[in-house]
Design a protein around this ligand. Structure first.
Ligand code: GLU
Length: 562
Protein backbone atom coordinates (compact mmCIF):
# COMPACT_ATOMS: atom_id res chain seq x y z
CA UNK A 1 0.00 0.00 0.00
CA UNK A 2 1.39 3.37 -1.03
CA UNK A 3 1.79 6.19 1.47
CA UNK A 4 1.30 9.95 1.27
CA UNK A 5 5.07 10.26 0.97
CA UNK A 6 4.93 8.13 -2.20
CA UNK A 7 2.16 10.33 -3.54
CA UNK A 8 4.08 13.51 -2.73
CA UNK A 9 7.25 12.13 -4.35
CA UNK A 10 5.33 11.17 -7.45
CA UNK A 11 3.82 14.63 -7.80
CA UNK A 12 7.01 16.53 -6.95
CA UNK A 13 9.95 14.26 -7.86
CA UNK A 14 12.37 17.18 -8.14
CA UNK A 15 11.56 18.79 -4.82
CA UNK A 16 14.18 17.80 -2.29
CA UNK A 17 14.15 20.80 0.03
CA UNK A 18 12.01 21.01 3.14
CA UNK A 19 10.23 23.82 4.89
CA UNK A 20 13.10 23.89 7.38
CA UNK A 21 15.52 24.59 4.55
CA UNK A 22 13.36 27.52 3.49
CA UNK A 23 13.14 28.80 7.07
CA UNK A 24 16.95 28.84 7.13
CA UNK A 25 17.33 30.42 3.71
CA UNK A 26 14.96 33.23 4.65
CA UNK A 27 15.77 33.96 8.27
CA UNK A 28 13.85 36.39 10.42
CA UNK A 29 14.89 39.94 9.65
CA UNK A 30 17.18 41.70 11.99
CA UNK A 31 15.25 44.91 12.51
CA UNK A 32 14.71 47.26 15.45
CA UNK A 33 11.74 46.65 17.71
CA UNK A 34 8.52 47.85 16.14
CA UNK A 35 9.91 48.02 12.60
CA UNK A 36 7.28 46.98 10.10
CA UNK A 37 7.87 44.95 6.99
CA UNK A 38 5.18 45.74 4.45
CA UNK A 39 4.72 45.08 0.80
CA UNK A 40 2.97 46.06 -2.38
CA UNK A 41 2.02 43.00 -4.38
CA UNK A 42 0.60 44.03 -7.73
CA UNK A 43 -0.51 41.68 -10.44
CA UNK A 44 0.77 42.68 -13.89
CA UNK A 45 -2.69 43.06 -15.35
CA UNK A 46 -2.56 46.62 -16.61
CA UNK A 47 -2.11 50.15 -15.41
CA UNK A 48 -1.48 51.33 -11.88
CA UNK A 49 -4.86 51.79 -10.27
CA UNK A 50 -5.47 54.80 -8.04
CA UNK A 51 -6.54 52.38 -5.30
CA UNK A 52 -3.24 50.50 -5.66
CA UNK A 53 -1.24 53.70 -5.41
CA UNK A 54 -3.18 54.45 -2.25
CA UNK A 55 -2.51 51.06 -0.62
CA UNK A 56 1.14 51.07 -1.67
CA UNK A 57 1.60 54.61 -0.39
CA UNK A 58 0.12 53.64 2.95
CA UNK A 59 2.16 50.41 3.10
CA UNK A 60 5.39 52.20 2.31
CA UNK A 61 4.74 54.96 4.85
CA UNK A 62 4.21 52.46 7.67
CA UNK A 63 7.46 50.71 6.80
CA UNK A 64 9.47 53.92 6.46
CA UNK A 65 8.12 55.61 9.56
CA UNK A 66 8.96 52.56 11.67
CA UNK A 67 12.41 52.13 10.06
CA UNK A 68 11.30 48.86 8.52
CA UNK A 69 11.27 47.53 4.99
CA UNK A 70 8.85 48.13 2.15
CA UNK A 71 9.20 45.66 -0.68
CA UNK A 72 7.54 44.85 -3.97
CA UNK A 73 6.45 41.43 -5.07
CA UNK A 74 5.05 40.72 -8.48
CA UNK A 75 2.06 38.41 -8.29
CA UNK A 76 2.05 37.01 -11.78
CA UNK A 77 0.54 33.58 -11.32
CA UNK A 78 -2.59 34.40 -13.27
CA UNK A 79 -1.00 34.11 -16.71
CA UNK A 80 -4.33 34.52 -18.51
CA UNK A 81 -4.83 38.04 -17.19
CA UNK A 82 -1.22 39.12 -17.53
CA UNK A 83 -0.36 42.07 -19.78
CA UNK A 84 3.21 41.94 -21.08
CA UNK A 85 5.48 44.55 -19.60
CA UNK A 86 2.90 45.97 -17.21
CA UNK A 87 4.79 44.77 -14.11
CA UNK A 88 7.81 46.99 -14.67
CA UNK A 89 5.55 49.82 -15.85
CA UNK A 90 3.60 49.71 -12.57
CA UNK A 91 6.79 50.03 -10.58
CA UNK A 92 8.05 52.92 -12.71
CA UNK A 93 4.81 54.79 -12.08
CA UNK A 94 4.97 54.05 -8.40
CA UNK A 95 8.50 55.39 -8.10
CA UNK A 96 7.41 58.38 -10.16
CA UNK A 97 4.99 59.20 -7.35
CA UNK A 98 7.77 58.94 -4.78
CA UNK A 99 6.70 55.57 -3.40
CA UNK A 100 10.11 53.92 -3.41
CA UNK A 101 10.63 50.28 -2.49
CA UNK A 102 13.57 49.27 -0.30
CA UNK A 103 13.62 45.86 -1.81
CA UNK A 104 11.96 43.57 -4.31
CA UNK A 105 10.94 43.32 -7.92
CA UNK A 106 11.89 46.34 -10.03
CA UNK A 107 11.67 44.91 -13.52
CA UNK A 108 11.94 41.53 -15.18
CA UNK A 109 15.70 41.62 -14.98
CA UNK A 110 16.20 43.68 -11.89
CA UNK A 111 15.46 42.93 -8.28
CA UNK A 112 17.14 43.85 -5.01
CA UNK A 113 17.09 42.14 -1.63
CA UNK A 114 17.86 38.74 -0.19
CA UNK A 115 14.32 37.44 0.27
CA UNK A 116 13.72 36.86 -3.44
CA UNK A 117 13.01 35.90 -6.06
CA UNK A 118 10.29 38.54 -5.82
CA UNK A 119 8.36 37.44 -8.86
CA UNK A 120 5.96 34.63 -8.07
CA UNK A 121 6.48 32.80 -11.35
CA UNK A 122 10.14 32.41 -10.34
CA UNK A 123 9.19 30.88 -6.99
CA UNK A 124 7.51 27.69 -8.18
CA UNK A 125 9.91 25.40 -6.30
CA UNK A 126 9.26 27.24 -3.03
CA UNK A 127 5.50 26.75 -3.34
CA UNK A 128 5.98 23.13 -4.33
CA UNK A 129 8.17 22.51 -1.30
CA UNK A 130 5.39 23.76 0.95
CA UNK A 131 2.71 21.83 -0.92
CA UNK A 132 4.75 18.67 -0.79
CA UNK A 133 4.89 19.07 2.96
CA UNK A 134 1.12 19.57 3.11
CA UNK A 135 0.49 16.43 1.07
CA UNK A 136 2.73 14.41 3.36
CA UNK A 137 0.90 15.83 6.37
CA UNK A 138 -2.44 14.90 4.80
CA UNK A 139 -3.50 18.54 4.43
CA UNK A 140 -3.39 18.76 0.64
CA UNK A 141 -4.45 16.33 -2.04
CA UNK A 142 -4.78 15.91 -5.78
CA UNK A 143 -8.31 16.55 -7.00
CA UNK A 144 -9.49 15.02 -10.25
CA UNK A 145 -12.81 16.84 -10.58
CA UNK A 146 -13.34 17.84 -14.20
CA UNK A 147 -14.76 21.16 -15.40
CA UNK A 148 -18.04 19.38 -16.18
CA UNK A 149 -18.22 17.85 -12.72
CA UNK A 150 -17.52 21.22 -11.15
CA UNK A 151 -20.29 22.82 -13.23
CA UNK A 152 -22.70 20.11 -12.17
CA UNK A 153 -21.74 20.59 -8.56
CA UNK A 154 -22.35 24.34 -8.80
CA UNK A 155 -25.74 23.63 -10.34
CA UNK A 156 -26.70 21.23 -7.60
CA UNK A 157 -25.60 23.69 -4.92
CA UNK A 158 -27.65 26.43 -6.53
CA UNK A 159 -30.72 24.22 -6.55
CA UNK A 160 -30.20 23.30 -2.91
CA UNK A 161 -29.48 26.94 -2.06
CA UNK A 162 -26.16 25.89 -0.60
CA UNK A 163 -22.89 27.75 -0.39
CA UNK A 164 -20.95 27.16 -3.61
CA UNK A 165 -17.54 25.53 -3.64
CA UNK A 166 -15.66 22.34 -2.92
CA UNK A 167 -16.09 21.46 0.73
CA UNK A 168 -17.43 18.69 2.94
CA UNK A 169 -19.24 16.06 0.94
CA UNK A 170 -18.55 17.93 -2.28
CA UNK A 171 -14.82 17.51 -1.81
CA UNK A 172 -14.93 14.15 -3.48
CA UNK A 173 -11.20 13.48 -3.54
CA UNK A 174 -10.16 14.66 -0.10
CA UNK A 175 -10.12 11.11 1.25
CA UNK A 176 -9.43 9.37 -2.02
CA UNK A 177 -7.53 6.12 -1.99
CA UNK A 178 -3.81 6.87 -2.38
CA UNK A 179 -3.14 3.90 -4.65
CA UNK A 180 -5.94 5.00 -6.97
CA UNK A 181 -4.66 8.58 -7.01
CA UNK A 182 -1.17 7.33 -7.87
CA UNK A 183 -2.54 5.22 -10.66
CA UNK A 184 -4.50 8.11 -12.16
CA UNK A 185 -1.53 10.43 -12.00
CA UNK A 186 0.65 7.79 -13.70
CA UNK A 187 -2.12 7.55 -16.26
CA UNK A 188 -1.72 11.29 -16.96
CA UNK A 189 -5.22 12.15 -15.76
CA UNK A 190 -5.43 15.87 -15.13
CA UNK A 191 -5.65 17.15 -11.58
CA UNK A 192 -5.01 20.15 -9.41
CA UNK A 193 -3.97 20.31 -5.76
CA UNK A 194 -6.44 21.36 -3.10
CA UNK A 195 -5.92 22.29 0.52
CA UNK A 196 -7.78 20.02 2.90
CA UNK A 197 -9.68 22.28 5.24
CA UNK A 198 -10.55 21.15 8.76
CA UNK A 199 -12.78 24.15 9.38
CA UNK A 200 -16.48 24.23 10.04
CA UNK A 201 -18.72 26.82 8.48
CA UNK A 202 -20.82 26.97 11.64
CA UNK A 203 -17.89 28.11 13.73
CA UNK A 204 -16.91 31.69 14.33
CA UNK A 205 -13.39 32.96 14.64
CA UNK A 206 -12.34 36.17 16.30
CA UNK A 207 -9.75 38.34 14.74
CA UNK A 208 -8.19 41.75 15.26
CA UNK A 209 -7.54 43.83 12.18
CA UNK A 210 -5.31 46.88 12.62
CA UNK A 211 -7.79 49.07 10.75
CA UNK A 212 -11.13 47.35 11.17
CA UNK A 213 -10.68 46.45 14.81
CA UNK A 214 -12.15 43.30 16.37
CA UNK A 215 -13.93 41.12 13.85
CA UNK A 216 -16.03 38.02 14.02
CA UNK A 217 -15.56 35.86 10.94
CA UNK A 218 -16.92 32.56 9.71
CA UNK A 219 -14.41 29.74 9.78
CA UNK A 220 -13.23 28.46 6.41
CA UNK A 221 -14.33 25.02 5.30
CA UNK A 222 -13.46 25.26 1.60
CA UNK A 223 -10.90 22.97 0.06
CA UNK A 224 -9.47 25.74 -2.06
CA UNK A 225 -7.20 25.13 -5.03
CA UNK A 226 -3.61 25.81 -4.08
CA UNK A 227 -1.82 24.57 -7.18
CA UNK A 228 -3.37 24.98 -10.60
CA UNK A 229 -3.04 22.67 -13.59
CA UNK A 230 -0.36 24.95 -15.05
CA UNK A 231 1.90 24.24 -12.07
CA UNK A 232 1.44 27.71 -10.60
CA UNK A 233 -0.15 28.41 -7.23
CA UNK A 234 -3.28 30.48 -6.61
CA UNK A 235 -3.17 33.91 -4.94
CA UNK A 236 -4.50 32.59 -1.62
CA UNK A 237 -1.68 30.15 -1.26
CA UNK A 238 1.20 31.98 -2.94
CA UNK A 239 0.83 35.30 -1.16
CA UNK A 240 0.77 33.57 2.16
CA UNK A 241 3.91 31.51 1.58
CA UNK A 242 5.61 34.67 0.35
CA UNK A 243 4.43 36.86 3.19
CA UNK A 244 5.84 34.28 5.55
CA UNK A 245 9.23 33.73 3.91
CA UNK A 246 9.66 37.39 3.04
CA UNK A 247 9.03 38.00 6.74
CA UNK A 248 6.19 40.44 6.28
CA UNK A 249 5.01 41.80 9.62
CA UNK A 250 1.94 43.68 8.36
CA UNK A 251 -0.21 42.71 5.41
CA UNK A 252 -1.66 46.01 4.26
CA UNK A 253 -4.08 45.41 1.43
CA UNK A 254 -7.47 46.46 0.13
CA UNK A 255 -10.49 45.50 2.19
CA UNK A 256 -11.83 43.42 -0.70
CA UNK A 257 -9.57 40.67 0.67
CA UNK A 258 -11.19 40.62 4.08
CA UNK A 259 -13.72 37.99 3.04
CA UNK A 260 -10.97 35.50 2.18
CA UNK A 261 -9.08 36.09 5.41
CA UNK A 262 -10.45 32.93 7.10
CA UNK A 263 -8.81 30.84 4.35
CA UNK A 264 -5.51 32.60 4.91
CA UNK A 265 -5.68 32.21 8.67
CA UNK A 266 -6.37 28.49 8.40
CA UNK A 267 -3.43 28.09 6.03
CA UNK A 268 -1.08 29.99 8.35
CA UNK A 269 -2.15 27.92 11.32
CA UNK A 270 -1.95 24.62 9.43
CA UNK A 271 1.57 25.38 8.29
CA UNK A 272 2.57 26.50 11.77
CA UNK A 273 3.60 29.87 10.37
CA UNK A 274 3.22 32.83 12.66
CA UNK A 275 0.33 35.00 11.46
CA UNK A 276 1.35 38.47 10.36
CA UNK A 277 -0.76 41.43 11.42
CA UNK A 278 -3.39 42.51 8.95
CA UNK A 279 -4.56 45.98 8.03
CA UNK A 280 -7.39 45.99 5.52
CA UNK A 281 -7.40 49.43 3.98
CA UNK A 282 -10.42 51.37 2.79
CA UNK A 283 -11.34 51.04 -0.83
CA UNK A 284 -11.65 54.25 -2.82
CA UNK A 285 -15.26 54.99 -3.65
CA UNK A 286 -17.09 57.44 -5.81
CA UNK A 287 -20.54 58.93 -5.47
CA UNK A 288 -22.78 58.39 -8.45
CA UNK A 289 -26.43 59.45 -8.44
CA UNK A 290 -26.29 59.74 -4.70
CA UNK A 291 -24.90 56.21 -4.25
CA UNK A 292 -21.43 55.15 -3.27
CA UNK A 293 -19.64 52.70 -5.51
CA UNK A 294 -16.07 51.49 -6.01
CA UNK A 295 -13.90 53.54 -8.33
CA UNK A 296 -14.10 51.51 -11.50
CA UNK A 297 -11.37 50.75 -14.02
CA UNK A 298 -13.93 50.71 -16.79
CA UNK A 299 -16.06 53.72 -15.92
CA UNK A 300 -13.76 56.25 -14.28
CA UNK A 301 -10.76 57.77 -15.92
CA UNK A 302 -9.47 58.82 -12.51
CA UNK A 303 -9.23 55.12 -11.57
CA UNK A 304 -5.89 55.00 -13.40
CA UNK A 305 -2.99 57.06 -12.09
CA UNK A 306 -1.99 57.66 -15.72
CA UNK A 307 -4.94 60.08 -15.82
CA UNK A 308 -3.28 62.30 -13.20
CA UNK A 309 0.07 62.06 -14.93
CA UNK A 310 -1.42 63.02 -18.27
CA UNK A 311 -3.41 65.91 -16.85
CA UNK A 312 -0.29 66.97 -15.02
CA UNK A 313 -1.48 67.03 -11.44
CA UNK A 314 1.74 67.50 -9.51
CA UNK A 315 2.63 64.30 -7.76
CA UNK A 316 2.97 66.10 -4.42
CA UNK A 317 -0.61 67.36 -4.80
CA UNK A 318 -1.94 63.93 -5.58
CA UNK A 319 0.04 62.17 -2.87
CA UNK A 320 -1.06 64.72 -0.30
CA UNK A 321 -4.62 64.20 -1.38
CA UNK A 322 -4.22 60.46 -0.81
CA UNK A 323 -2.79 61.18 2.63
CA UNK A 324 -5.90 63.21 3.47
CA UNK A 325 -8.03 60.20 2.68
CA UNK A 326 -5.68 57.88 4.55
CA UNK A 327 -5.84 59.76 7.85
CA UNK A 328 -8.54 62.25 8.76
CA UNK A 329 -6.11 64.39 10.79
CA UNK A 330 -3.67 64.89 7.92
CA UNK A 331 -5.07 68.24 6.82
CA UNK A 332 -4.99 69.76 10.26
CA UNK A 333 -1.38 68.61 10.60
CA UNK A 334 -0.51 70.07 7.22
CA UNK A 335 -1.95 73.46 8.10
CA UNK A 336 0.15 73.54 11.24
CA UNK A 337 3.29 72.34 9.46
CA UNK A 338 3.39 74.08 6.11
CA UNK A 339 7.17 73.96 5.86
CA UNK A 340 7.47 70.23 6.51
CA UNK A 341 7.72 67.42 4.01
CA UNK A 342 4.43 65.57 3.72
CA UNK A 343 6.25 62.36 4.54
CA UNK A 344 7.00 63.76 8.01
CA UNK A 345 3.38 63.06 8.88
CA UNK A 346 2.98 59.87 10.88
CA UNK A 347 0.15 57.67 9.63
CA UNK A 348 -1.92 55.69 12.10
CA UNK A 349 -4.07 52.67 11.38
CA UNK A 350 -6.81 53.70 13.75
CA UNK A 351 -7.32 57.04 12.00
CA UNK A 352 -8.41 55.36 8.79
CA UNK A 353 -11.89 55.50 7.46
CA UNK A 354 -13.90 52.36 8.08
CA UNK A 355 -16.41 52.61 5.31
CA UNK A 356 -14.51 53.44 2.15
CA UNK A 357 -12.80 56.66 1.20
CA UNK A 358 -14.65 59.00 -1.11
CA UNK A 359 -12.75 60.18 -4.12
CA UNK A 360 -12.94 63.91 -4.76
CA UNK A 361 -11.24 65.36 -7.84
CA UNK A 362 -12.07 68.92 -6.75
CA UNK A 363 -10.05 68.33 -3.67
CA UNK A 364 -7.11 66.93 -5.62
CA UNK A 365 -7.25 70.22 -7.57
CA UNK A 366 -7.51 72.51 -4.59
CA UNK A 367 -4.62 70.82 -2.78
CA UNK A 368 -2.50 70.86 -5.92
CA UNK A 369 -3.29 74.53 -6.55
CA UNK A 370 -2.32 75.43 -3.04
CA UNK A 371 0.99 73.52 -3.20
CA UNK A 372 1.94 74.69 -6.67
CA UNK A 373 1.46 78.30 -5.66
CA UNK A 374 4.27 78.07 -3.11
CA UNK A 375 6.81 76.47 -5.46
CA UNK A 376 9.66 78.63 -6.67
CA UNK A 377 9.21 79.56 -10.32
CA UNK A 378 12.42 77.75 -11.30
CA UNK A 379 11.23 74.57 -9.58
CA UNK A 380 7.84 74.80 -11.22
CA UNK A 381 9.55 75.41 -14.55
CA UNK A 382 11.42 72.11 -14.36
CA UNK A 383 8.27 70.26 -13.29
CA UNK A 384 6.28 71.70 -16.19
CA UNK A 385 9.12 71.01 -18.58
CA UNK A 386 9.29 67.35 -17.53
CA UNK A 387 5.53 67.01 -17.92
CA UNK A 388 5.34 68.82 -21.27
CA UNK A 389 8.11 66.68 -22.70
CA UNK A 390 5.70 63.75 -22.72
CA UNK A 391 2.30 65.36 -22.85
CA UNK A 392 2.54 68.67 -24.72
CA UNK A 393 5.36 68.74 -27.30
CA UNK A 394 4.40 72.20 -28.59
CA UNK A 395 4.67 73.75 -25.15
CA UNK A 396 7.80 71.73 -24.42
CA UNK A 397 9.56 73.18 -27.46
CA UNK A 398 8.69 76.69 -26.36
CA UNK A 399 9.90 76.01 -22.84
CA UNK A 400 13.29 74.65 -23.86
CA UNK A 401 13.77 77.37 -26.47
CA UNK A 402 13.70 79.95 -23.71
CA UNK A 403 13.56 78.68 -20.15
CA UNK A 404 14.09 82.12 -18.67
CA UNK A 405 11.05 83.49 -20.42
CA UNK A 406 8.68 80.82 -19.08
CA UNK A 407 10.25 81.10 -15.64
CA UNK A 408 9.56 84.83 -15.61
CA UNK A 409 5.98 84.17 -16.68
CA UNK A 410 5.51 81.57 -13.96
CA UNK A 411 6.97 83.98 -11.46
CA UNK A 412 4.20 86.56 -11.89
CA UNK A 413 2.77 87.33 -8.44
CA UNK A 414 4.43 84.24 -7.06
CA UNK A 415 6.94 85.29 -4.45
CA UNK A 416 4.57 86.96 -2.07
CA UNK A 417 2.93 86.02 1.12
CA UNK A 418 -0.30 85.18 -0.60
CA UNK A 419 0.64 84.12 -4.13
CA UNK A 420 -1.85 83.78 -6.94
CA UNK A 421 -3.33 80.34 -7.35
CA UNK A 422 -3.95 79.99 -11.05
CA UNK A 423 -2.77 76.49 -11.73
CA UNK A 424 -4.03 73.20 -10.33
CA UNK A 425 -2.14 71.09 -12.84
CA UNK A 426 0.56 71.52 -15.45
CA UNK A 427 -1.94 71.26 -18.29
CA UNK A 428 -3.64 74.44 -16.97
CA UNK A 429 -0.56 76.50 -17.70
CA UNK A 430 -0.20 76.61 -21.47
CA UNK A 431 -3.76 77.75 -22.23
CA UNK A 432 -3.23 80.62 -19.79
CA UNK A 433 0.24 81.69 -20.92
CA UNK A 434 0.40 80.75 -24.60
CA UNK A 435 -0.42 84.32 -25.69
CA UNK A 436 3.01 85.38 -24.42
CA UNK A 437 4.53 83.61 -27.39
CA UNK A 438 4.55 85.84 -30.47
CA UNK A 439 3.63 83.15 -32.96
CA UNK A 440 0.58 82.22 -30.90
CA UNK A 441 -0.41 85.87 -30.48
CA UNK A 442 0.04 86.53 -34.19
CA UNK A 443 -2.17 83.62 -35.11
CA UNK A 444 -5.11 85.11 -33.16
CA UNK A 445 -7.91 86.71 -35.17
CA UNK A 446 -7.93 90.29 -33.90
CA UNK A 447 -11.49 90.77 -35.16
CA UNK A 448 -12.69 88.43 -32.44
CA UNK A 449 -11.13 90.47 -29.61
CA UNK A 450 -13.94 91.39 -27.27
CA UNK A 451 -13.85 95.07 -26.30
CA UNK A 452 -17.29 95.24 -24.73
CA UNK A 453 -17.50 96.58 -21.19
CA UNK A 454 -19.98 95.90 -18.45
CA UNK A 455 -22.82 98.35 -18.34
CA UNK A 456 -24.65 96.87 -15.41
CA UNK A 457 -24.77 93.45 -13.87
CA UNK A 458 -24.96 90.92 -16.70
CA UNK A 459 -25.30 93.62 -19.38
CA UNK A 460 -22.46 94.62 -21.71
CA UNK A 461 -22.05 97.51 -24.12
CA UNK A 462 -19.82 98.34 -27.05
CA UNK A 463 -17.41 101.24 -26.71
CA UNK A 464 -16.77 103.48 -29.66
CA UNK A 465 -13.71 102.03 -31.41
CA UNK A 466 -12.29 105.49 -31.95
CA UNK A 467 -12.28 106.09 -28.22
CA UNK A 468 -10.43 102.83 -27.64
CA UNK A 469 -7.98 103.60 -30.40
CA UNK A 470 -7.24 107.09 -29.08
CA UNK A 471 -6.93 105.83 -25.54
CA UNK A 472 -4.50 103.06 -26.50
CA UNK A 473 -2.52 105.39 -28.77
CA UNK A 474 -2.09 107.93 -26.02
CA UNK A 475 -1.28 105.13 -23.61
CA UNK A 476 1.59 104.08 -25.84
CA UNK A 477 2.75 107.66 -26.35
CA UNK A 478 3.08 108.10 -22.58
CA UNK A 479 4.09 104.46 -21.87
CA UNK A 480 6.07 104.13 -18.66
CA UNK A 481 6.56 100.85 -16.86
CA UNK A 482 9.61 102.05 -14.91
CA UNK A 483 7.32 102.80 -11.97
CA UNK A 484 5.62 100.68 -9.35
CA UNK A 485 2.44 98.84 -10.17
CA UNK A 486 0.50 101.39 -8.14
CA UNK A 487 2.01 104.36 -9.89
CA UNK A 488 1.38 102.73 -13.24
CA UNK A 489 -2.26 102.24 -12.35
CA UNK A 490 -2.62 105.80 -11.07
CA UNK A 491 -1.26 107.08 -14.39
CA UNK A 492 -3.70 104.84 -16.23
CA UNK A 493 -6.54 106.18 -14.11
CA UNK A 494 -5.67 109.74 -15.02
CA UNK A 495 -5.49 108.86 -18.68
CA UNK A 496 -8.68 106.83 -18.62
CA UNK A 497 -10.68 109.57 -16.97
CA UNK A 498 -9.81 111.86 -19.90
CA UNK A 499 -11.61 109.34 -22.04
CA UNK A 500 -14.59 109.14 -19.70
CA UNK A 501 -13.71 105.99 -17.85
CA UNK A 502 -14.52 106.69 -14.25
CA UNK A 503 -12.77 105.51 -11.13
CA UNK A 504 -15.97 105.94 -9.16
CA UNK A 505 -17.92 102.71 -9.08
CA UNK A 506 -21.03 104.18 -7.49
CA UNK A 507 -21.20 107.01 -9.94
CA UNK A 508 -20.95 104.54 -12.81
CA UNK A 509 -23.60 102.33 -11.37
CA UNK A 510 -25.99 105.28 -11.04
CA UNK A 511 -25.41 106.69 -14.53
CA UNK A 512 -23.66 104.18 -16.80
CA UNK A 513 -24.66 106.10 -19.90
CA UNK A 514 -22.68 109.16 -18.82
CA UNK A 515 -19.44 107.20 -19.17
CA UNK A 516 -17.60 105.00 -21.62
CA UNK A 517 -16.80 102.66 -18.78
CA UNK A 518 -14.69 102.34 -15.66
CA UNK A 519 -10.94 102.58 -15.18
CA UNK A 520 -10.70 98.82 -14.98
CA UNK A 521 -12.12 98.66 -18.49
CA UNK A 522 -9.23 100.74 -19.78
CA UNK A 523 -6.83 98.23 -18.21
CA UNK A 524 -9.00 95.54 -19.78
CA UNK A 525 -8.45 97.03 -23.25
CA UNK A 526 -4.71 96.81 -22.78
CA UNK A 527 -5.14 93.23 -21.63
CA UNK A 528 -7.24 92.26 -24.61
CA UNK A 529 -4.98 93.99 -27.10
CA UNK A 530 -1.98 92.14 -25.67
CA UNK A 531 -3.53 88.72 -25.27
CA UNK A 532 -6.91 88.51 -26.90
CA UNK A 533 -8.24 87.45 -23.50
CA UNK A 534 -10.36 88.99 -20.77
CA UNK A 535 -8.40 87.14 -18.11
CA UNK A 536 -4.65 86.95 -17.89
CA UNK A 537 -2.07 87.03 -15.16
CA UNK A 538 -1.45 90.53 -13.75
CA UNK A 539 -1.28 92.87 -16.75
CA UNK A 540 1.40 95.13 -15.26
CA UNK A 541 3.78 92.15 -15.15
CA UNK A 542 2.61 90.87 -18.51
CA UNK A 543 3.81 94.16 -20.03
CA UNK A 544 7.06 94.03 -18.12
CA UNK A 545 7.77 90.61 -19.53
CA UNK A 546 6.73 91.43 -23.09
CA UNK A 547 8.74 94.66 -23.11
CA UNK A 548 7.76 98.01 -24.57
CA UNK A 549 8.45 97.10 -28.20
CA UNK A 550 6.28 94.00 -28.13
CA UNK A 551 3.52 95.81 -26.22
CA UNK A 552 3.54 98.51 -28.88
CA UNK A 553 3.58 96.01 -31.72
CA UNK A 554 0.59 94.17 -30.28
CA UNK A 555 -1.40 97.31 -29.54
CA UNK A 556 -0.76 98.62 -33.05
CA UNK A 557 -1.67 95.35 -34.66
CA UNK A 558 -4.93 95.36 -32.71
CA UNK A 559 -6.00 98.94 -33.36
CA UNK A 560 -4.97 98.87 -37.00
CA UNK A 561 -7.83 96.41 -37.33
CA UNK A 562 -10.44 98.89 -36.07
N1 GLU B 1 -2.01 40.58 -6.20
C1 GLU B 1 -3.05 41.03 -5.36
C2 GLU B 1 -3.78 42.16 -6.06
O1 GLU B 1 -3.25 42.70 -7.01
C3 GLU B 1 -2.45 41.54 -4.07
C4 GLU B 1 -3.31 41.56 -2.90
C5 GLU B 1 -2.46 41.69 -1.65
O2 GLU B 1 -1.91 42.77 -1.45
O3 GLU B 1 -2.29 40.71 -0.93
O4 GLU B 1 -4.87 42.50 -5.71
Amino acid sequence: MATRVDLANLIFPDITETIDDLEKRYPKRNLPEGAMVTRFAPSPTGFLHTGSLFTSLVSSRFAKQSKGVFYIRLEDTDTKREIEGSGAELITQLINFGVEPDEGYLSDDKEVGSYGPYKQSDRASIYKTVIKHLIIEGRAYPCFLTQEELAELRHEQELNKEIPGVYGKYAKYRDYDIDKAIERIKNNDSYIIRFKSMGDHNNKIFFHDEVKGDLELTENDQDIVILKGDGLPTYHFAHLVDDHFMRTTHVTRGEEWLSSLPIHLELFDTLGFERPKYAHLPVIMKVENGNKRKLSKRKDEEAAVSFFLKEGYPKYGFIEYLLTIANSNYEAWRNENLDKDYFDFKLEFDKMSLDGALFDLEKVSSISKERMAYKKASVLESEVEAWAKTYNPEFYQKIVDNREFITEILNIEREKENPRKDYAKYSDIYPIVSFFYNDIYDSLDKNTFDFTVMKSKGEFKEVDRKVIKDLLTEYMATYNLDVTEEEWFDNLKALASKYKFTADRKEYKANPNDFNGQVGDAAGFIRIALSGRKNTPNIYYVQKILGKNEVERRINSTISNF
